[in-house]
Design a protein around this ligand. Sequence first.
Ligand code: AMP
Length: 458
Amino acid sequence: MSAFSTLPLTKSMIDNLGTMGYHKMTPVQAGSLPHVLKGEDLLAQAKTGSGKTAAFGIGLLHNLNVKRFRVQALVMCPTRELAEQVAGELRRIARFKHNIKIVTICGGVPFLPQQISLEHQAHIVVGTPGRIEQHLSRGTMNLDNVTTLVLDEADRMLDVGFADSIEAIMGYVPKHRQTLLFSATFPEQILGLSTRFQKNAHRVVVDVEHEENVIRQHFYESDWEAKDDLVVRILERHKPASTLIFCNTKLQCKSLTTSLWTKGFSAISIHGDLEQKERTEVLVRFSNGSCPILIATDVAARGLDITGLSAVINFDLPFEPEVYVHRIGRTGRAGKEGMAFSLMTPKERFRMEEINTIMGTSFEVSDVEALEPSIEEDAVVPMVTLSINGGRKSKLRPGDILGALTKDGGLAGTSVGKINCFDYYSYVAIERSVADKAEKALSTKKIKGRHFIIHRHE
Ligand code: AMP
């Protein structure tokens, strides 16, 4: 893999990528960026976890004219969660330059605050097609200055029914523009989109087979009643730092979560019954390292940009073999080995055969007895999440929270983990050993001249 320094990027951009731990390009970045930087159109095959966000994000930000305070890039995503993740990654990449404004425009949240944000102008809009179309038809968003348009996870946007909105949005952006289309699969409709809305698009196809080789996959047979214990054996054997467990029903998610809790594991679940705020909280805690096990249904996990996990466990094998491929794609990334474990009752063995057929593999049932507990010491969950009842709307930024903890609270910067600021809430991960001190600092001292209410999530 080649280094970012081989690209015609500014030193400040490359230095910032270095601080994010990005030194070498992932295959999709190496295939895409040279074209993206030249302003050419692109049709790229990329799934979550491949580094696709940076593959277009670095290009967008490199080409952006900060002094021109108009929307210059529009990124469309299939879900609000993905849009938030993409905006987050773009903001991190954008740190190399001051004053780049990125707004998210998604459905499911009030319209007016978005309208006000747009009135104050932005350089980049990231959002879901339905709400973007609404703003355009009401005249509350102007895309006359867009130079780059990105369709992210285009196949999923079509799956969830955004074809008409995308079509409508195309009528509002200038004809002379760069169009970047990213999709995990290339069905006919995607090729149709490309033909209609792109010019001489370069195709980038990554070596999917090679990527899949870095996932160690095991299938275990078990009676239904013994599955919970088998999950425990897998966790005790491999001690993965982060694990996503898939169940086929939300009832099963809830019962497995309780069962793991009683056995001493810190697990949380995400399912359709959660409110948006609870969902966000669960995701933040999982992705900032303060809860190592997330249990989800496919529906609840759809659109979640959770990748690079140590392990994926299929508590139930999915009904469709393609779903298996999608699930395990969340482990292993950019050369790091991943692990996937699948549990099945003897009657479900045919599902493993179906998987073998579509993947061209020859997996067999592994021996449960080989799952001896590891002698490695149990890792204590390293982080704790504190929530703050203020966010972007109270002008709180990650830097303010970091400042309150380090300058006012006396904590070392190294004990502060990921900070996520949403509109009305913020979350900060703190090293467990200093969590009390951090909680006290944030609840007793003012941040940006105000007192906030702090909650600790265990
Ligand atoms: P994405 O496919 O955009 O969702 O990215 C997947 C993950 O890979 C994200 O957590 C990124 O932070 C990370 N990532 C992207 N590019 C690189 C890179 N060149 N080196 C290391 N990590 C990367």
